[in-house]
Design a protein around this ligand. Sequence first.
Ligand code: ADP
Ligand code: MG
Length: 344
Amino acid sequence: MFNRFFSFLSQDMAIDLGTANTLVYVRGEGIVLNEPSVVAMEYVDGRKSVKAVGNDAKMMMGKTPDSIQAIRPLRDGVIADIDVAEEMIKYFIQKVQKRKFLSSPEIVICVPSGSTSVERRAIRDAANNAGASSVFLIDEPMAAAIGAGMPVTEPIGSMVVDIGGGTTEVAVLSLRGLAYTTSVRTGGDKMDEAIVSYVRRNHNLLIGETTAERIKVTIGTAKPPKDGVGVTIDIKGRDLMNGVPKEITINQAQVAEALSEPVSQIVEGVRQALENTAPELAADIVDQGIVMTGGGALLGQLDEVIRDATGLPVTVADDPLTCVAMGTGRALEDPIYRGVLTTQ
Ligand SMILES: Nc1ncnc2c1ncn2[C@@H]1O[C@H](COP(=O)(O)OP(=O)(O)O)[C@@H](O)[C@H]1O
Ligand SMILES: [Mg+2]
């Protein structure tokens, strides 16, 4: 009774701690925060302090003076810098909390599946230090599947492919459990890097990752256009021959060529998961198809490429960038999903 009273007063939340973006969902309200997982640290006289977090920090990426460093603490799907990750989690929780005066909340956090038990503990501690009364964790593919509206509580096999910044998680789910899961260290970041090196190799032009990401999001495609070169985009960078800034035009056929390696690594991960799936579950996947989530699912024609490679129906979830946060939020709110939460 008292517990219920306080859980009404407190601002329970679900957090999608992504390698590229962190989203916070508040019970009864939905997603209230959606910012890049970036922290700008300032180093003065050997002491470090947080200069900016989230949107403000991302704007500084690639443009900071020597004393400031923009860090993505979860970059490769593992926690590269746990201290900075803790600072970031605390900052986001407090940012959401500031809106009301409340008692300690219950928090569900979705962690990258590749994280170790030490990292999970550190994430839990960070949430506790930020004032959480209890902290639960949820596996990323499970949260993605719940958010995409897949039948995870039923004895029906389904496959989710979550393509984030650092990793691609491929999982087969049934009866609230992960029947098979694999994590490929390829996602949006590898695509950006592939574009940077393509442009450097073929145009002698050095571009930053922010520019590469803009190319990918604007005209990126997993498959060369059927008719010629497709649409084009003008990009600026530094000419490697004479060191001066320069503008060039690149087209979709070139971007598809640049992305061919990360794309085939993702396809390979899906194929591997299918090969390792029990026959009865595989039969379900033939009917249910594969559902794609995460920002990388928005890459043009990637669903088509996976469809061609597997012969299975492939769909992109509605609003793939928020699936994990929505699924984590539902796991917080709906008792039917209690069984998928863990404490470690
Ligand atoms: N339209 C798009 N096309 C291709 N990639 C996209 C698009 N929109 C976002 N992305 C990429 O999605 C990734 C972020 O996805 P997200 O699911 O938030 O990752 P994470 O869960 O790891 O934080 C970034 O690499 C971003 O560049
Ligand atoms: Mg994610």
